[in-house]
Design a protein around this ligand. Sequence first.
Ligand code: URA
Length: 451
Amino acid sequence: MANASLRIPDLIIKKRNGGVLTPEEINHFVTEVVNGGVQECQLGAMLMAMYLNGLADEETVPLTRAMMKSGDVLGPWPQEWSGKVVDKHSTGGVGDKISLILAPALAACGMKVPMVSGRGLGHTGGTLDKLESIEGVSVSASKDKMQQILTEVGCCIVGQTEKLVPADKKMYAIRDVTGTVENIGLIAGSIISKKAAEQLNALVLDVKFGTGAVMVDERKARELANKMVTIGNGLGVKTVALMTDMNNPIGKMIGNALEIAESLNCLHGNGPTDLEDLVLQLGGQLLFVSGNATSTEEGQRKLKETLTNGQAAKKFEQMIIAQGADSEKAKALCVKGSDVWKILPRANFITPVKSKQSGFVNAINSRTCAECSLKLGAGRQASSDQINFAVGLEMCVDIGTSIKEGDDWIRVHHDCDVIPDDIKERLNNAIDVTPSPPKTILTTRVKDIIS
Ligand code: URA
């Protein structure tokens, strides 16, 4: 409810002078942002004041709550789902296909996962774009349709509707053009408001750091994780964050259809170990904090079982059919041992790039790989660009693999006749080969857990 005694210019001045806004003042401001009572210049000024002076926890929780309530929220969910409505959010990685595996695996454990996901952002690929590489799949669904899919299947992965968290849409658009995106409080509020609008019981956050992460610096990523956990719990969503290493790409595939193929392998229990480990670690935490497992280890065991007994793959099949895929094609795609390339789009050419050195693979620069994949057409450089679902990269080596000069280390899936010279050159530099094996090889990407 707008409060006529509060003037927008006074609120801006208070924040500009380093004051802490009260929940009532924050509510009024956000309500007026959505109602058109705040001019764009005023919103820009307030965001800059917040950016420069920071946001206290007493401000971020009410700000996020006000944003969450600025439009539709999902639910109310049926009483019998109580304690079972869960989701995961990632701050964005390279080869990050976790949601495509985790959502169906959680559904196979009896959870309800109303995942509102995003498109590619910067160098990172988007879960929605990956899903759309399956013919017929639609990522838009009304609230009622989502509830129907959750009732029948248990999980859906869709985009944000116009009505969900409209305050974030307005604020993000102005942040983007006023140099106020990179503020921990504003980023955390933006992310958590959208997840809280799903009316979740529990949320796990995959907060990445390292070369391929949006937030490269581990200290900053940790600050963001702490802030998101505080806000999520402050809004009544049991929230836990995993700090995860994003220096090397996740799994072996980067690119839309390629990542669907790799996800299907993982859903059948045959995924690369780093990918499966991250799925199980994130999901194990979620089952534990939501009270659906007595420990994270038990949560991991339950999830692992769904990958080996075919239930997670079945949920994925049911989910894509519910979201518009042809049922015969979906079955052919999801059956164990399927030739997925009869269904998924395949690039015209697959060309290997060879190692220039002999030794051991010490590192693979995930950001360089992501940028090369994007340039091949796997992502958008402008928002109007069409994605080429078939193109991308397939890694032939792991960290620590012994390699000889002339061995293939990565395969480029491309539709242009030859790999452009600049991409070849960048890929040549993306691999670091050293004379002796790396001193430590990570057995898990998870560095820390924040709850
Ligand atoms: N993702 C979001 O949804 N919001 C931000 O501010 C940054 C990343």
